[in-house]
Design a binder for this molecule. Structure first.
Ligand code: GDP
Ligand code: IMO
Ligand code: MG
Length: 430
């Protein structure tokens, strides 16, 4: 049973795209299992940058199959744009190289309108969502009024469901959210055209993955967002609307727990967060500014500046337990070059109590005092380095200390955005 799960272990944007692209060399099938186009995963190959939102990050390799699992919420318009852009570059030319779950839910214009209007009305208290309609779509899924690909494929079923939903959503939009109503026919016609483009890819992906595994193929599961954005285990309510932990693979791809074994957690060598919510190790001064500048910390989806701060071992330790990490990939360590002293948060203090994992209440997390340990930095640029031995002693010591604090071995170190700018400590991951 050859499976490998990749999850982000902070607040997203850890470099999952880069790592998945690299690991996809070893895989036959690459699967997204949650989230939607709130994700933006960056791949840099041969100096060329590609950002994928819905299509798995294995798409730049020939001969692989990319799967959008049932746990993903799909905006069909964005997906078609993404397919078009990739096809123009010679990718996805084989229709068999992309599969979309027939039971994945569709994001529609009313979901996006509701997301944006709610954020506007929340004002200062906003979550800072990506405004892509993610939350409202998952709400409809749970409320059992969602529209799935299988519905879109049948014109009558789609018409019926869209009509019924839109009637209710327009009342909600108009009366509570002070928005204009949306026109049924516009959405219907638009989605019918999108259906024609996407129908050839729609299938039973759960069964497909099951059969691929049965045939001895290697399947790589690509998480979106990060553990602290998990709707249950993250910094609720400042989270996304899906489960982002490794356990979500089972429900989001439709496979059994026995089929999972290897889980690799992706973490930056420091911490970032985009959007609102508690962030104990956030650094507001010059060091935070340096991380943002040297790390190019601006959102791939919304372009917003990312909040930056020190590595938080409390966050990653919590994530390691929740997803059962057996390895970590540490990314963007090159960004730390030039800082004379590095701080690492080993625990939190709040009202006389110490925490070694993330406390449940956002109101508590807002007020904890991080317990810091200081380590000496280094000045050398790391991007050209390809082995652990080549790294400056202080950089090696930094990595070793993070491993100790989180209690998971670091098996890959990323020293630049490019595919090859990587130190592979473990040669193979499946
Ligand atoms: P994802 O959402 O987890 O896939 O991460 P994003 O793509 O949103 O953000 C990560 C950013 O860091 C992208 O711009 C990557 O190209 C870049 N990146 C990834 N790994 C490294 C690295 O090791 N060093 C540097 N300097 N940049 C990296
Ligand atoms: P990737 O996969 C970073 C954040 C948003 C917001 C919160 C809720 O690229 O790591 P949503 O639109 O999901 O309802 O927004 O979650 N968020 C992300 N932050 N990386 C992401 O994805 C994110 N996806 C959502 O900024 O705080
Ligand atoms: Mg991202």
């Amino acid at each position: 049973m050859s499976t490998l799960v990749v999850v982000g272990v902070q607040w997203g944007d850890e470099g999952k795209g880069k790592v998945v692209d690299l690991l996809a060399r070893e895989a036959d099938v690459i699967v997204r299992f949650q989230g939607g186009n709130n994700a933006g995963h960056t791949l840099v190959v041969g100096g060329q940058k590609t950002i994928v939102r819905l299509i798995p990050s294995g798409v730049l390799h020939d001969g692989k199959v990319c799967v959008i699992g049932n746990g993903v919420v799909v905006n069909p318009e964005v997906l078609v744009e993404e397919i078009d852009a990739l096809q123009q570059r010679g990718r996805l030319s084989d229709p068999e190289s992309l599969k979309i779950s027939e039971i994945a839910h569709l994001i529609t214009p009313y979901h996006k309108a509701i997301d944006l209007a709610r954020e506007r009305l929340r004002g200062e208290g906003k979550i800072g969502t990506t405004g892509r309609g993610i939350g409202p779509t998952y709400e409809d899924k749970m409320a059992r009024v969602g529209i799935r690909f299988v519905d879109l494929l049948d014109e009558d079923v789609f018409a019926q469901k869209l009509e019924r939903n839109l009637e209710e959503k327009n009342i909600y939009l108009g009366t509570l959210l002070q928005e204009q109503p949306l026109a049924y026919q516009d959405i219907f016609d638009h989605y019918r055209r999108l259906r024609d483009r996407l129908a050839p890819y729609v299938t039973n992906t759960s069964r497909y993955i099951h059969d691929a595994l049965g045939a001895g193929q290697k399947v790589l599961f690509e998480g979106a967002q990060g553990t602290m954005l998990d709707v249950d285990h993250g910094t609720y309510p400042f989270v996304t609307s899906s489960n982002t932990v490794a356990g979500a693979v089972c429900t989001g791809a439709g496979i059994a727990p026995q089929q999972l074994r290897n889980v690799i957690g992706i973490s930056k060598a420091y911490t970032t967060r985009v959007g609102s919510g508690p962030f104990p190790t956030e650094e507001h001064g010059a060091d935070g500014e340096k991380l943002r500048r040297d790390g190019g910390e601006f959102g791939t989806v919304t372009g917003r500046p990312r909040r930056c701060g020190w590595f938080d071992a409390v966050v990653v330790r919590t994530a390691a337990r929740l997803s059962g990490l057996n390895a970590m990939a540490l990314t963007k360590i090159d960004v730390l070059s030039g800082l004379s002293t590095l701080r690492v948060c080993t625990g939190y203090r709040y009202r006389g109590q110490e925490y070694d994992e993330v406390p449940a209440g956002a109101h508590i997390l807002e007020q904890v005092t991080p317990i810091y340990e200081e380590l000496p930095g280094w000045t050398e640029p790391l991007t050209a380095m390809r082995s652990l031995d080549a790294l400056p002693r202080n950089a090696r010591q930094y990595v070793e200390r993070l491993e100790e604090l989180v209690n998971v071995p670091v098996k890959m170190i990323s020293v630049g955005a490019g595919r090859e700018e990587t130190i592979l400590i473990r040669p193979t991951f499946f």
